[in-house]
Design a protein around this ligand. Structure first.
Ligand code: GLN
Length: 535
């Protein structure tokens, strides 16, 4: 039978429930258990696809094309296990589904209410993962903080599930903050006690408390928390700030979080654990053999969470090559022809990031021009690839008005809407989303990176390379080295004669994990290292 772990948070938001969930999953996996992680988000948006990255960080995309919370990226990067639409559920989706059922008359005239109809739908979404794929353990992370009005139906659903599934089949990990008062030199546990009290008022007793803290917790503190919050002392786990998030599973292992969890879930805790590769990876991240500077040119640079999967992919690629990638976020709105050398001249690689709309676009195009003409390795992702096509059309083909129709109507639409997209007016979930196949040209830098020519990558965009300009661009040296075999859509472009100039319409960053660093990121960093050596 599948066991269920619920991860809740108290006291403050952003304590890192996603990382704790991922770390616990990784440890259970290392002991041979199959685990998946799900996130329940208490907001009304049906998915985060329509959210501005400033609101909620990056929108992550799964194989099956779900636009999800960025925590799903952590789940995949830690566990190397693909997630799907079923792994991210929002209040919006829950209500949408209940309301659709009501419209179809499925409630047979009954009054539709938060309890039982909304809570039933939440329970269905949790149990579905357990039923469908036969995981040993499903970890469900509940977004938000206990005590929020929005979280109440979720907490109530967990209460019911705990009762229905029986003792030994569920567990609650509650994550809180233990603030340090420097004036008195004390760690304060009262907020944790209050937060657990609030859980108790809602009928939930946490089994494990993970306490985020700046300072190590003394035994005294742990004892006190255990006593006042009704948890065993070895189930009070500290989570202090570490150098890299990938160290968190090792910190949890030291305190036997996995053993406590297996004991609570009545699963065999004596299985061997295999974390050798993980430890080696963490060692390489912490002690690299040098550094290489890469610019990430984008418009959401004030909030690095907007590019989470990209920055993590660089950590994976760096570890693979035993080097630290020093990622410099450069705001594309501030880049002009006059200052581009000053802004990017010290970089050994330039990545032009994904994005939407016209803001910052010209700065991105100027960055591409600098990369193309100076020979510094260039990696364009999605909008970044589209910019490389616009740049080439303008500056090499001399088509000064070349542009994407996303920006403005243009007589030279080198990037244009696909015909299927032309009549779509809804914004949510209507882009080209999820995994699509791509055939790479033998001998291209992309094919060399992957070591094969048949690949599949995830997409999230509405606009496409316009094939009407393909011949012209190719004859001038911008080659379409990756094409979708079913539709003929161009997925990869490369500039002939340049050491490493690759633009991809898809998002390789979504598939980079600790176990499988993404080959394009590895190849790009390798090219950047080479460039750095010749400078
Ligand atoms: N805005 C562009 C499009 O929709 C690129 C999207 C992206 O970079 N994810 O095609």
């Amino acid at each position: 039978m599948t066991k269920y772990i619920f991860v809740t948070g108290g006291v403050a938001s952003s304590l890192g429930k996603g990382i704790i969930s991922s770390s616990l999953a990784r440890l259970l996996q290392a002991r041979g258990y199959s685990v998946t992680i799900q996130k329940l988000d208490p907001y009304i948006n049906v998915d985060p696809g329509t959210l501005n990255p400033y609101e909620h960080g990056e929108c992550y995309v799964t194989e099956d094309g779900a636009e999800t919370d960025l925590d799903l990226g952590h789940y995949e990067r830690f566990t190397n296990h693909a997630t799907s639409q079923a792994n991210n559920v929002t209040t919006g989706r829950i209500y949408q589904s209940v309301i659709n059922k009501e419209r179809r008359g499925e409630f047979l005239g009954k009054t539709v209410q938060v309890i039982p109809h909304i809570t039933d739908e939440i329970k269905r979404c949790v149990l579905m993962l357990g039923k469908k794929q036969k995981y040993d353990v499903v970890i469900t992370e509940i977004g938000g903080t206990v005590g929020d009005i929005e979280s109440l139906p979720y907490i109530e659903a967990v209460r019911q599930l705990r009762y229905e599934l029986g003792i030994g089949n569920t567990m609650i990990v509650h994550l809180t903050l233990v603030p340090y008062m420097s004036a008195s030199g004390e760690l304060k546990t009262k907020p944790t006690q209050h937060s657990v009290k609030m859980m108790l008022e809602n009928g939930l007793q946490p089994d494990v408390l993970v306490l985020r803290s700046e300072k190590p917790l003394t035994n005294e503190v742990k004892k006190k928390v255990a006593l006042f919050c009704n948890v065993e002392q070895d189930a009070v786990i500290e989570s202090i700030d570490v150098k890299t998030i990938y160290e968190v599973p090792l910190k949890m292992l030291e305190q036997k979080l996995d053993i406590v969890a297996l004991r609570k879930l009545q699963l065999d805790a004596n299985r061997e654990i295999d974390l050798k590769k993980w430890c080696d990876f963490v060692e390489r991240v912490k002690n690299p053999n040098g550094e290489v500077k890469i610019a990430l040119v984008g418009k959401y640079t004030e909030l690095p969470d907007a590019y989470k999967s990209i920055s993590e992919a660089f950590i994976h690629a760096g570890a693979e090559l035993n080097i630290r990638v020093k990622l410099e976020y450069v705001n594309s709105e501030k880049i002009t022809k006059e200052n581009v050398v000053e802004k990017l001249g010290k970089m050994s690689g330039i990545l032009v990031a994904p994005g939407f709309g016209h803001r910052g676009l010209e700065g991105k195009i100027t960055s591409v021009e600098y990369a193309r003409t100076s020979g510094v390795p260039f990696f364009g992702i999605c909008l970044g690839m589209q910019c490389s096509v616009i740049e080439f059309a303008r500056n090499v083909l001399g088509l000064a008005e070349a542009n994407s129709t996303e920006t403005a109507p243009t007589p030279v639409p080198v990037i244009d809407l696909m015909s299927e997209q032309k009549d779509i007016t809804d914004k949510g979930g209507t882009m080209r989303l999820g995994a699509y196949k791509c055939k790479l040209e033998k001998g291209s830098n992309a094919a060399k990176a992957y070591g094969k020519t048949d690949i599949s990558e995830r997409h999230r965009h509405r606009y496409e390379f316009n094939n009407l300009f393909k011949e012209q661009l190719e004859s001038a040296g911008l080659i379409a080295t990756g094409v979708n075999p079913d539709t003929g859509l161009v997925e990869v472009v490369e500039a002939k004669g340049h050491p490493w100039f690759v633009g991809v319409q898809f998002h390789p960053e979504y598939k980079s994990t600790v176990a499988n660093p993404h080959p394009l990121f590895v190849a790009f960093v390798e090219a950047a290292i080479k460039y750095q050596q010749t400078k």
